[in-house]
Design a binder for this molecule. Sequence first.
Ligand SMILES: C[S@@+](CC[C@H](N)C(=O)[O-])C[C@H]1O[C@@H](n2cnc3c(N)ncnc32)[C@H](O)[C@@H]1O
Length: 270
Amino acid sequence: MYLTTAHGILFQDDCLNVLPNIASNSIDCVFADPPFNIGKDYKNGYNDVREKKEYLKWCEKWIKECCRVLKKGGSFFLYATPELNIEFGKMLSKKLQFRHWIAISMKGTFKRGNRLYPAHYGLLYYTKGEPNVFNNLRTPIPLCRHCGGEIPDYGGHRNKMNPDGVNLTDIWTDTSPNRHAKFKVRGGVNELKLLIPERAILISTNPGQIVLDPFGGGGSTFQAAEKNHRNWIGIELYDCNHIKKRLSENFPNSVGKPTFDFNNIIHFDK
Ligand SMILES: C[S@@+](CC[C@H](N)C(=O)[O-])C[C@H]1O[C@@H](n2cnc3c(N)ncnc32)[C@H](O)[C@@H]1O
């Protein structure tokens, strides 16, 4: 174990070593943002280029484990490129039910050869049967960057709108990664904007429930879970210092002070 917080526990290990120690049907929400095998530099020594077949075989192993640990009615969010999501969807469909392909708009990508300019990644959202929890989130009405006025006019029905905003759709355009070094947690390129795991967690869990992320990276899922009082299990194979720093800065009274007992969920002695 690398660290504990009021709500979480982090392992610095290979997820395929840790997942078998997690009890079946014990997790409410899995959020996974795996390496994409496209040669990204994770700034931590991870080799992100393998034979495609070998890579997919590896993915099938951790996906299967994540499905096993998910409770009946639990949710699985899997973030990847559209090409990978086609493959992941086939694996997930063996155990879970499809709910959404959430298009996450992506800036700063590159057009390659005779292809369209790629402008989104997919956040797959599957559940183990009917979802136990589905919280309908709302987002503020979009405003014009220049004049500050509301962009849509809602055909004269503005006064009947819910004051909390509009229903969240399956296209998220406010999710571009932090590009400015000042806002990056590990000075790298791969952490997601907090909003992405946070929305997934808020949609699919209530406070006190359990979130698992097998690919910690910069720790955005753990921050989102801790902030929203969800208990969490995290795994990251490589450098975890950034996660520790992030959690210590954001929750100074929480690191090293566990309040949740994971003993019924993780078999530490295996
Ligand atoms: C795309 S990043 C995750 C970023 C994270 N969602 C965030 O917002 O900060 C994928 C991470 O998986 C880690 N990783 C790669 N192989 C792993 C394995 N077998 N077990 C656990 N973590 C692994 C990499 O080191 C990398 O930090």
